[in-house]
Design a binder for this molecule. Structure first.
Ligand code: NDP
Length: 254
């Protein structure tokens, strides 16, 4: 494998990596020689995924914390840095979705979405960046969404939270570039996971999606691995503040 894309010796923390996109990114990272730290809100589930990866001969650790709990985040990042080793790459992947028509959208659901999808990117990135700044090196990848660019029924708070992720990415890039830290985003289109389950189960939605997407299909979460490896590797050392759309061309098609 080209040195340019090798993640040998890199330690990657992926929030929300017990299932869906985060789980597959963890697999992709270890298959490119990185060590991974698996995270979710539950230690048992995180440990089970780390055990699966270790059983495959890779190196994985489990550190559960709720990304919205500032104290737990700081304690966990300190623990990782002091007991496991430096975090070279942070992937802010944990995210939630709630769907309701705008006029009935419960305020609590709005708050939950903003806390997990938006505020937690700030909390976790700040905790990790303080260490990266001291080392004058690091990469942060924020999982946004193509929905930051579209207006669609029933997901207005989600789209707004992902719009904020886009701007957190740009602002962090500008402030952290001087410390040799690259901050980029990946904006997935539609991928079949737990988060999109109601849509996957809706035949009419799949018909609409296929018509609307030049690639004519759902994305497979494995198809996000290439973008994450690129943005974690030396190959992207001068790529900063970018949002990489992985959407089968959906955004390009009007
Ligand atoms: P899933 O629902 O399949 O997985 C979400 C993961 O995040 C789980 O591991 C979950 O574990 C964890 N998680 C949720 N809340 C927290 C929290 N507060 N603290 C720590 N971990 C948490 O989602 P996807 O894999 O589909 O989505 C991953 C990311 O990709 C999200 O940011 C999403 O917005 C984004 N995305 C997804 C798209 C798709 O089509 N699927 C499209 C565009 C963007 P647990 O709940 O057990 O703690």
């Amino acid at each position: 494998m080209s040195e340019l894309f090798s993640l040998k010796g890199k330690r990657v923390l992926i929030t929300g990596s017990t299932r869906g996109i985060g789980r597959l990114l963890a697999q992709g990272m270890v298959e490119h020689d990185a060590e991974v730290i698996i995270n979710s809100t539950t230690q048992d589930k995180s440990q089970a995924v780390a055990d699966e990866l270790n059983a495959q001969g890779f190196k994985a650790y489990a550190v559960a914390f709720d990304v919205t709990d500032t104290e737990a985040v700081h304690k966990s990042i300190d623990y990782i840095e002091q007991n496991i080793g430096p975090i070279d790459v942070l992937i802010n992947n944990a995210g939630i979705q709630r769907r309701h028509p705008f006029c009935e959208f419960p305020e609590k659901d709005f708050d939950d979405i903003i806390r997990v999808n938006q505020k937690a990117v700030f909390i976790v990135s700040q905790a990790v960046a303080r260490y990266m700044v001291k080392r004058n090196q690091g990469k942060i990848i924020n999982i946004g969404s193509m929905q930051s660019e579209l207006g669609r029924d029933t997901i207005t708070p989600y789209a707004a939270s992902k719009g904020a992720v886009k701007m957190l990415t740009r602002g962090m890039c500008v402030e952290l570039a001087r410390y040799n830290i690259q901050v980029n985003g990946i904006a997935p289109g539609y991928f079949a996971t737990e988060l999109t389950k109601p849509l996957v189960e809706n035949k009419e939605f799949t018909e609409w999606l296929c018509k609307r997407t030049p690639a004519n299909r759902w994305g497979d979460p494995k198809e996000l691995i290439g973008a994450a490896v690129f943005l974690s590797s030396k190959a992207s050392d001068f790529v900063n503040g970018h949002l990489l759309f992985v959407d089968g061309g959906m955004l390009a098609a009007v």
